[in-house]
Ligand binder design. Structure first.
Ligand code: HEM
Ligand SMILES: *[C@@H]1O[C@H](CO)[C@@H](O)[C@H](O)[C@H]1NC(C)=O
Ligand SMILES: *[C@@H]1O[C@H](CO)[C@@H](O)[C@H](O)[C@H]1NC(C)=O
Ligand SMILES: *[C@@H]1O[C@H](CO)[C@@H](O)[C@H](O)[C@H]1NC(C)=O
Ligand SMILES: *[C@@H]1O[C@H](CO)[C@@H](O)[C@H](O)[C@H]1NC(C)=O
Ligand SMILES: *[C@@H]1O[C@H](CO)[C@@H](O)[C@H](O)[C@H]1NC(C)=O
Ligand SMILES: [Mg+2]
Length: 286
């Protein structure tokens, strides 16, 4: 009897919970369905090109994240919160890495003590934007932030295999620099630029490639540059492992090594008493 009395309320309670949970899933699904169309809740499958009045810049990835709605689609009001969240949810960047990148980028906004930047701010020449980009023209020749087919073809000439190696990426960077230096009387490339440039050249590996080998599928990289879109339709998925500063540093070292025009040490026996070593030693002391 006592059991019977208990059974009904228990059943009702369970049934009620079942009913409630099915309503709940509908209620929860609604904002998720609409979330695609709200800033900061981007999705790898939802993509919309910029419209009139939307800001875009020289960074193919920041543009891409805005096109997917991970960043505000208008390319404005990029706060630390927004940028960290976007890099986390689109690319699985460690939040402290995201914060660091934001701190490095905030100089793009010319206002003192700025708390946000816009994609348009990134176009300011020789602040973060620099000469010899892989897919953009030097500011001296015109638009420094829109994708430029001629320039990107120069870069791609060095991407000679369906799987890009660190050397191919490095070759394209070096070629762009030589071409710029030879043709642009205002060519500027400081050691700070070099550090940024190395990071940018490694970026396709970070997003789409193998962090250990430095190899990356050329089709995905070209699709990304050309469409400013995540290569989801080509089967790409965000990395499962969190990407941290350590990974970026490791990859930067790999690309730095690849940009050296010297061949591997094994090919050349250098001893202290070699004629040339002695020669340079003598120079230092004369
Ligand atoms: C706070 C985040 C970021 C900011 C503010 C930023 C800013 C910039 C800027 C100003 C440039 C232009 C440099 C030039 O003149 O070429 C650039 C280039 C580039 N960025 Fe970003 N970036 C960010 C994050 C990323 C991420 C996460 C990736 C990919 C994993 C990425 C990929 C690239 C690539 C590949 C380039 C080279 C484009 C070219 O040479 O044509 N960026 N970025
Ligand atoms: C900018 O974004 C922050 C959140 O990151 C928000 O609190 C603020 O209201 C936004 N400002 C404008 C002008 O949209
Ligand atoms: C993020 O990076 C920081 C510093 O490199 C590290 O202490 C932290 O454990 C990382 N977090 C995750 C989730 O990987
Ligand atoms: C910016 O911040 C510094 C240090 O907090 C402060 O001294 C300065 O007055 C601020 N400038 C403006 C324009 O708010
Ligand atoms: C692309 O870059 C080249 C070389 O800098 C330049 O001459 C050309 O005008 C650029 N094209 C566009 C559409 O900006
Ligand atoms: C590169 O990715 C494309 C698109 O997913 C795929 O069709 C192709 O087989 C890949 N190439 C290599 C060499 O793995
Ligand atoms: Mg540039």
């Amino acid at each position: 009897m006592a059991i019977e009395l208990l059974e009904c309320p228990v059943f009702d309670w369970t049934y009620g919970l079942m009913m409630w949970s099915s309503y709940l899933s509908v209620i929860l699904a609604l904002p998720l369905a609409f979330a695609h169309y709200h800033d900061g809740h981007g999705s790898p499958s939802h993509w919309k090109p910029p419209g009139p009045g939307d800001f875009r810049g020289p960074c193919p990835m920041m543009n891409t994240l805005a096109n997917h709605g991970f960043l505000p689609h208008d390319g404005k009001n990029l706060t630390e919160k927004t940028v960290v969240q976007a890099l986390k949810s689109a690319l699985n960047f460690n939040t402290s890495l995201g914060s660091l990148m934001f701190e490095m980028a905030i100089v793009a906004n010319p206002e003192p003590n700025a708390t946000f930047f816009t994609l348009d701010h990134l176009n300011r020449h020789n602040v973060l934007e620099h000469d010899a980009s892989l897919s953009r023209s030097d500011a001296y020749f015109g638009n420094n932030h829109i994708f430029n087919r001629t320039i990107f073809d120069e870069t791609r000439a060095y991407w000679t295999d369906p799987i890009l190696t660190p050397n191919m990426l490095a070759n394209s960077k070096l070629a762009r620099q030589i071409n710029s230096r030879a043709s642009n009387p205002q060519y500027t490339f400081t050691s700070k630029t070099e550090a940024f440039s190395i990071g940018e050249v490694s970026a396709p590996i970070v997003a789409f490639g193998n962090m250990d080998s430095g190899l990356v599928n050329r089709t995905l990289v070209e699709y990304f540059f050309e469409n400013e879109r995540l290569p989801t339709d080509l089967g790409w998925k965000k990395k499962q492992e969190v990407i941290s500063l350590d990974d970026i540093v490791k990859l930067s070292q790999m690309i730095t090594q690849a940009t050296s025009l010297l061949t591997a040490k094994e090919g050349l026996v250098v001893r202290n008493r070699d004629l040339h070593a002695g020669f340079s030693f003598a120079h230092q002391h004369s």
